[in-house]
Design a protein around this ligand. Structure first.
Ligand SMILES: NC(=O)c1ccc[n+]([C@@H]2O[C@H](COP(=O)([O-])OP(=O)(O)OC[C@H]3O[C@@H](n4cnc5c(N)ncnc54)[C@H](O)[C@@H]3O)[C@@H](O)[C@H]2O)c1
Length: 460
C-alpha cells in the first residue's frame, strides 16, 4: 500500500468543491469575456493549456484503456483501481497521477474537475452520485445503474446540478452517423405514424451460479473494495479471467454485480431506439423469460413497456428482447436474426430496421408508397456528433451539453431495469415515473432497490 497515496484532505462538502476546484469554469468563462463566444459555442481559451481538465480515471485498466487517448489531451491527475497491477499499467501512460485504490478517497483529491468511471456496474451509480455531490463532471461507462432506485438517484443528482455539470454515459456508438439518420427518418415520418419499437440482442452467456470459493485474492487485488457495496461473495479467479476491456462478461450476469444483457449490450442497442423516440418513463412494464435463477440474471428475456405520447407521436409500446426471443419480422423474407443487435420501428406505413451503423427502410401495405414522405434537405440534417468522449470534454469546458447525459441515459436505464423487476414479479406492473413507484405490486415496488453492505451509501 505504500505506493498509494491517501490524500489527507478533509472530505469535501456539497458546496465546497464547486468553488474550490481551481475556479476552472469561472476562468474559462472569464476568458470568454462575453464578447468572444465563437460560432461553435466554444468560449475563447477553452482549449488553452491552462484550461485543461483535471481528470480522475476510476477503473484505470480494462475498459479504462479505451479512454486513455481521449483524456490524454487533459491532465490525468488521479488513477484509481482496486487492482494495484492495473494502476501500475495505467501509470505507464499517466505517470504524474496520484494513485488510489478506494474511489471514495480518490474523490476527495482536492484538484479534481472531472471523473471518468470504468469500474464494475454495481459501483457506477455510487461513483457517479458521489462525484456529482462534489461538483465534478462525470463520464460513466454504461450501464449507469443496476436498479431503478440507483438510476433515479443518479438522474436526480444530475438534474440538481445540471447548470454546473456535464455528464455522459459511455454509449459511444451513439456517435455513429446512423443514429442521426434513423432519428431523422422516424421524426420525418418515413414509417408513417410510429406505433411500436423493438430492440434486441442475441448474446448468450450462461452460468450456473456464483463461482465457488477458490484460492485467495492476489496481493495486488483489494477484493473487499471490488465487492464494494454488494453482499460478500467468496473470491474466485474466474471473476478476473477475461480479456482487458471484456472482463465485464465474467461478472455482469450475476445479480449482485450486474444486470446481464440489459445493462451490457442493451444499453447500446436500446439507445438506437431511445435516440429517435423522445421517450419519457414508461407507465407499465411486463417481462417474461426463462425460469428465475436467484444468482444469475436471465439469458432469455422479453420485456415490454407502455410509453406515453409526446408532441409528435402517439403512445407507443417499446420492447426489449434478448438471448433468443425475437420480434416478428415485418416481412417473412427479412430475417431479423441476421441483425445480432438491432432495433425496429414499426409505423402505420412501414418499418425501419437498424443495426448500429446501417439501416433498411421497409414500406408496407398499400399505403406504403413513400409519397407521404419527403426527405429533409441537407441543410436540416442533424450534424455529426464528432468524438463521443470529446463531446463530454468540450461540454465540461463550455456549454455542459452532451448527447447521452444522465437525464437521457438515466431514463433509458430506469426503463430497462424496471423490465427485470417485471420479469421477476411475473405480472404487468403499473409504474408512476413521477414518484418512482410500482403502484399495483408491493413485491415489484420492493424490487426497485437492493440492499447494500454496511458502510456503503448510494449518495455520500
Ligand atoms: N462502452 C463500451 O463499449 C464498453 C465496453 C466494455 C466495457 N464497458 C463497461 O466498462 C466497465 C468495465 O468493464 P471491464 O470489462 O473493463 O471490467 P473490469 O472487470 O476489467 O474492470 C475495469 C477496471 O476497473 C477496476 N475496478 C473494478 N472495480 C473497481 C472499483 N470498485 N474501484 C476501482 N477500480 C475498480 C478493475 O480492476 C479494472 O482495472 C463495465 O461497466 C462495462 O459495462 C463498456
Amino acid at each position: 500500500m505504500a505506493d498509494f497515496e491517501i490524500p489527507t484532505a478533509k472530505p469535501a462538502t456539497q458546496a465546497g468543491p464547486l468553488t474550490a476546484r481551481r475556479g476552472f469554469l469561472k476562468s474559462s468563462l472569464a476568458m470568454g469575456g462575453g464578447l468572444l463566444i465563437l460560432p461553435s459555442g466554444f468560449r475563447a481559451g477553452a482549449q488553452a493549456p491552462s484550461n485543461k481538465l483535471n481528470i480522475a480515471l476510476i477503473g484505470a485498466y480494462g475498459r479504462g484503456k479505451a479512454h486513455y487517448d481521449a483524456i490524454s489531451s487533459e491532465n490525468v491527475v488521479a488513477l484509481c483501481d482496486v487492482n494495484e497491477d492495473h494502476i501500475a499499467k495505467a501509470a505507464e501512460r499517466f505517470p504524474k497521477a496520484t494513485r488510489h485504490v478506494d474511489w471514495r478517497q480518490c474523490l476527495e483529491q482536492k484538484d479534481l474537475d472531472a471523473v471518468v468511471c470504468c469500474t464494475t456496474d454495481h459501483t457506477h451509480a455510487f461513483i457517479a452520485t458521489w462525484a456529482m455531490n462534489r461538483g465534478l463532471h462525470v463520464y460513466c461507462e454504461k450501464p449507469l445503474a443496476n436498479t431503478v432506485e440507483e438510476a433515479r438517484m443518479v438522474r436526480a443528482t444530475y438534474l440538481k446540478n445540471k447548470a454546473k455539470l456535464a455528464t455522459q454515459v459511455g454509449t459511444q456508438r451513439h456517435a455513429y452517423e446512423n443514429f442521426n439518420r434513423v432519428r431523422e427518418l422516424i421524426r420525418d415520418g418515413a414509417v408513417g405514424t410510429l406505433q411500436e419499437v423493438h430492440a434486441w440482442g442475441n448474446r448468450q452467456i450462461r452460468r450456473p451460479g456464483y463461482p465457488k470459493a477458490q484460492g485467495e485474492p492476489p496481493k495486488n487485488l483489494h477484493y473487499d473494495l471490488w465487492i464494494g457495496p454488494s453482499p460478500m461473495h467468496p473470491y474466485n479467479p474466474e471473476y478476473f479471467s477475461g480479456e482487458p476491456g471484456a472482463n465485464c462478461l465474467q461478472w455482469n450476469m450475476y445479480w449482485d454485480f450486474g444486470t446481464g444483457q440489459i445493462g451490457d449490450m442493451g444499453s447500446h442497442t436500446m439507445d438506437i431506439a431511445w435516440n429517435a423516440i423522445d421517450a419519457d418513463l414508461p407507465t407499465t412494464a411486463e417481462g417474461k423469460g426463462e425460469a428465475f435463477n436467484p444468482e444469475v440474471t436471465p439469458v432469455e428475456l422479453e420485456t415490454c413497456f407502455d410509453l406515453p405520447a409526446n408532441g409528435w407521436r402517439p403512445a407507443i409500446k417499446v420492447h426489449w428482447w434478448q438471448g433468443g426471443p425475437m420480434p416478428e419480422s415485418p416481412l417473412p423474407y427479412v430475417d431479423l436474426n441476421k441483425v445480432g443487435h438491432g432495433a425496429m420501428f414499426k409505423g402505420d406505413k412501414g418499418a425501419l430496421v437498424s443495426h448500429f451503423e446501417s439501416r433498411v427502410l421497409i414500406p408496407l401495405g398499400a399505403e406504403g408508397d413513400m409519397t407521404y414522405y419527403k426527405p429533409r434537405p441537407e441543410s436540416e440534417r442533424i450534424p455529426p456528433l464528432g468524438g463521443f468522449q470529446q463531446e463530454w470534454i468540450n461540454a465540461c469546458k463550455t456549454h455542459l451539453k452532451t448527447s447521452c447525459d444522465f437525464d437521457y441515459a438515466g431514463k433509458l436505464n430506469e426503463m430497462m431495469v424496471l423490465g427485470l423487476v417485471a420479469y421477476r414479479v411475473g405480472t404487468k406492473l403499473e409504474y408512476d415515473g413521477a414518484t418512482g413507484k410500482v403502484t399495483n405490486s408491493p413485491e415489484g415496488d420492493a424490487l426497485l432497490r437492493r440492499e447494500y453492505r454496511a458502510g456503503w451509501t448510494l449518495s455520500g
